[in-house]
Design a protein around this ligand. Structure first.
Ligand SMILES: Cc1cc2nc3c(=O)[nH]c(=O)nc-3n(C[C@H](O)[C@H](O)[C@H](O)COP(=O)(O)OP(=O)(O)OC[C@H]3O[C@@H](n4cnc5c(N)ncnc54)[C@H](O)[C@@H]3O)c2cc1C
Length: 405
């Protein structure tokens, strides 16, 4: 890495670590115990610039780029992955959908407050019929009624939908048109009736930042809150997910590092047969494999992020980075659990819940199999992953003249 970039990135890293240690660590357990969404902390994280790294200053971002955003996600996840569960809603999928698909007025009205943590975001695409086939599975329907749409249906895994002020939701406006029948909407659940979010009891995930089943019953969205034209929604969603993929890989890297650090500490502390278990060769083997996986993942993920910063074709490398990082997180979590023995299953030790988050990143935001399909189809020449190069990230949008949408 270029020494100047390295220095800048390490300064960003230090800022995040300081924020997580001074602001989040002292209070996060309390939020978890109370099952309370940490709204004040999100606001502080927004003020500290933790959500706006890939957005230009004109909309409240810092324009630091994808490598910085990836390192922010990495360090937030490494320090407390539970608090990082709303990062995408604040700094990636939700504001990206608005930035890519919205009018200048919509962007000005909603994006700066999301990045500042003043409003709480969410992005809901998935339905119960299958997240990997979001277009095929979508049943939720938005009916035009004069100056408003009335949306009815049920969304699945709508993270933070029980707290959101401003979100992006996708629904069908034409039932039988597949992906071309999907439209995006900017939603404001606190202003209109017909929105009920029911938190799901998830294994090992945060009690404060929840994912939900979302019930919509003639939920009202003014026509001026439609994102782009009717039928343009799926492309907007895919573009936003694609742009955020590398930062999700950063999060998985942070989980792998947290597991590694806890495992090393525990292997030095736990004594059996008169010596720390770190002296046992089979424990050393696990530690060596974790260290190797982390270094390989770091190189791959940072390379993919820099590729995006340089507006190079990045979809293939980002998919590889996300897939590999999620594998590393899963394997480091498994190894840490083994090293902790029975204590790894006690909630008191965070490896127990880091394992659940590792599993989540294996599935969420494009499952491992979906990434593998993209990688393999590219390799076999069936469908090039970077065929849409030039429309991927915010950096590319800005380089091409700064006109989103
Ligand atoms: C905690 C959590 C938070 C989430 N937050 C959000 C959110 O905020 N917004 C949102 O929209 N969604 C969210 N999701 C949904 C998430 O993106 C989906 O879970 C994901 O897309 C997978 O969908 P699914 O769970 O329905 O699995 P499915 O799509 O049913 O997949 C099941 C299995 O089949 C595999 N598979 C699928 N297609 C193929 C294929 N063609 N070939 C081979 N294997 C295949 C998958 O890899 C997986 O292993 C969240 C999920 C979780 C668990």
């Amino acid at each position: 890495m270029d020494p100047a970039i390295y220095e800048h990135i390490e300064a960003v890293r230090d800022t995040v670590i300081r924020f997580m240690q001074t602001e989040v660590a002292p209070v996060m357990e309390g939020y978890e115990r109370r099952g309370e969404f940490p709204r004040a902390l999100v606001r502080k994280a927004g003020e500290a610039g933790l959500y706006g790294a890939v957005f230009p200053e004109t909309v409240g971002g810092s324009n630091m780029g994808y490598l910085a955003a990836t390192v922010i996600q990495e360090e937030m996840a490494r320090n407390d992955v539970r608090f990082s569960a709303c990062n995408n809603q604040q700094g990636s999928t939700c504001p990206s959908c608005i930035y890519f698909g919205g009018t200048q007025e919509q962007i000005r009205k909603y994006v700066p407050d999301l990045l500042a943590g003043k409003t709480i975001g969410m992005m809901s695409l998935t339905e119960a019929g299958g997240g990997s086939d979001a277009a095929g599975a979508m049943q939720t329907f938005a009916r035009r009624d004069g100056d408003v749409y009335r949306i009815s249906g049920q969304k699945m895994f709508a993270s933070i939908a029980n707290e959101t002020d401003v979100g992006v939701l996708f629904a069908k406006t034409e039932r039988d048109a597949g992906a071309r029948g999907i439209t995006g909407f900017i939603v404001e659940p606190k202003k209109y009736p017909g929105w009920r979010a029911q938190p799901i009891d998830m294994l090992g995930l945060s009690n404060a930042l929840r994912t939900n089943v979302l019930f919509l019953d003639d939920f009202v969205v003014p026509v001026e809150n439609r994102l782009g034209e009717e039928g343009a929604g799926f492309k907007i969603a895919m573009r936003a997910l694609q742009a955020g993929r590398v930062t999700v890989a950063g999060k998985a890297l942070g989980i792998a590092r947290a597991c590694f650090e806890d495992a090393v500490r525990y292997a030095n502390e736990r004594s059996l047969r008169g010596q720390p278990i770190g002296h046992f060769q089979m424990i050393q083997s696990e530690i060596a494999e974790m260290a190797t996986a982390i270094e390989a993942t770091r190189a791959l993920v940072y390379n993919a992020a820099q590729s995006m910063d340089n507006a190079l074709p990045s979809n293939r490398i980002a998919a590889i980075a996300k897939y590999h990082a999620s594998l590393s997180a899963k394997s480091c979590a498994d190894k840490a659990m083994q090293i902790f023995g029975g204590y790894g299953l006690a909630k008191e030790y965070r490896v127990s819940w880091l394992k659940s988050y590792a599993d989540l990143f294996f599935t969420g935001e494009g499952s491992a199999n979906v990434q593998k399909i993209l990688i393999a189809e590219d390799a076999l020449g069936y469908k090039l992953a970077d065929r849409h190069h030039g429309k991927t990230g915010l950096r590319e949008v800005r380089k091409s003249g700064g006109q989103p949408g």
